[in-house]
Design a protein around this ligand. Sequence first.
Ligand code: ATP
Length: 514
Amino acid sequence: MAEDLFKKLVAHCKEYGYVFPSSDLYDGLGAVYDYGQYGVELKNNIKKYWWDSMTRLHRNIVGIDSAIFMHPTVWKASGHVDAFNDPLIDNKDSKKRYRADVLIEEQIARYEEKIEKEVSKAQKRFGEKFDEALFVQTNPQVQEYAAQKAKLTERMAKALNDNDLEDLRQIILDYKIVCPVCGTANWTEVRQFNLMFATEMGSTAEGASKIYLRPETAQGIFVNFLNVQKTGRMKIPFGIAQIGKAFRNEIVARQFIFRMREFEQMEMQFFVRPGSELEWFARWKESRMKWHRLLGFGSENYRFHDHEKLAHYANAACDIEYRFPFGFKEVEGIHSRTDFDLSQHQKYSGKKIQYFDTELNESYIPYVVETSIGVDRMFLQILSASYCEEDLSKDGKQDSRVVLKLPPALAPVKMAVMPLVKKEGLPEKAQEILEMLKYDFNCQYDEKDSIGKRYRRQDAIGTPFCITVDHRSLEDNAVTIRYRDTMEQERVPIDRLYALLKEKTDLGDLLRRI
Ligand code: ATP
C-alpha cells in the first residue's frame, strides 16, 4: 500500500515537472536525477529555509561556498581514501548488489514492525484505557522481539566496528536474510567498496594528478577554518555553513532521490571548546529537530536514532529520521566530530591550525559538532508528507484529486491568477494583479481550460492559493480566492492580496517560530 503510494509519487514528480531521470532521452542514468521547473523552486525554498535559519538567526554562523575539486591530500587526511567504504554483498542468483549493513538493518526494522503491530492490536483491544508504555514494558511477546532486536543490533555494531566482514556475512546467513528480488540466500563474500569518484586533473602529458569529486561538503569548511576565523574575526563558539553538491558511488541506489550518486548537502560545522562538544551536540539535536517539526508534518513522524557504530572521527552521532512510505529513514545526521578533522589537516598540511581563546588565555584545536542534511532527501521527505489523494465523490458522482499539501512558505508557486474567461478585459485585469505581485511572490497566470481543471492543475503542483478574476472584479476590484487544502472560496479585495500572501507564505514567519 505504502509502496504503491511511493510509486505514484515518483510518477507524479515526473508528470508535474518536479523531478526527471537524468538524461531521460537516453533512458536515464542510475541514481542521477534532474529537477524540473517546479522541483527547482521547491529545492531553492528548502535551501533558503535552511540557509536563513543558520546564517541569519545566528550571529555566530557564516556561510561559504567552496570548490568541489580539492587537493587530493585532503581526502587522505580526512580518512576517505582509506576508510570511506561500504560493505557490499551480491546475490548470485539475482545478480543484485546490496549493502550488507542495510540488509541487516532491514531485519532489525522487521522486529520494530512486529512490536508496532502488537501495540496497535492491544490498543484496539483496550481502547481508551490503553497504557502504551506499560504494555511495552510488560508484554512478554513485545519483550521477546525487543530482546532479539537488541541482540542483532549489538552483533552488527560489533562486526562493523571490528571491520569483521566474515561475521557480517554470517549474520545474514544466521538470520536467513534473503534477496528481496529472488528470495534466495545464495550470497557471495562481503567486500569493502570505496564510494569516492575519481577523475584526473591536467593533461596526461604533464603528468595528470588523480583528484576526487568531494563525497561531502564538510572538508571544504575545515580547510577554510583559518581563513574564515581570521577574516571574520570569529570567536569560538562559531559555525560555518555551506550548501553544495556531493558525489558518492553508491552501491544500492534504488529509492528514487533518497540515495543518489550526485546529490546536494547542507552542512554546518560548529567549532567549540574541547570538552563542551557533547553539550553543543545535545543543543543542536534539539534545534535541528525543531526546524523539521515546524513544517507541520506531525511530530510523531520524526524520531532520533542514536548510532551504534560511530565513524572513526566521532564521539557521538545521531540521525533525525522521518517516516517515509518505506519506513523510518535518515534525513539528517548530527555528529560530534571531535578535533579529528582539524588535527588531521594540521598534520597533513604541516600548517598550524589553532585557535587562541582569549578568555582561557590558551590555544587549542577546536572540537566540532556537525549538522548534515541532504537537500534531495529533505525534498523527498516533504513531497512524501505532502502528497495526498482525496476522494471527492458526492451524490453518486465519482470525483477525486491529487493535491500536494506543501507548506505555503516552501510551495514553488504561491498563487495562480486566473481570468474566468479569455476576453472582455478579464485577462488584462488578471495581468495587472500579476504585475503587482510578481516582485515579491512567485505567481502564475493560467487562462487555459475550465476553472475546475485549472484548480486541479494547481492542486497537483501544490499552489496554496488560486484567485479568479470575473466580470464583477472589473467593478468591485475584488476576486474570488480558493484555498488549496479546504477548497473553500471567498471574496477578497485585490488590494488585500499582497498582505494575505505575505502573512500566509512568508518564510520569515516560519523562521520566527524557530
Ligand atoms: P546513509 O547511511 O543513508 O548512507 P550517511 O550516514 O552516509 O547516509 P552522511 O554521510 O551522514 O550520510 O550524510 C549526511 C546527509 O546527506 C544524510 O543524512 C542524507 O540526508 C544525505 N545523503 C547522504 N548520502 C546521500 C545520497 N547518496 N543521496 C542523497 N542524500 C544523501
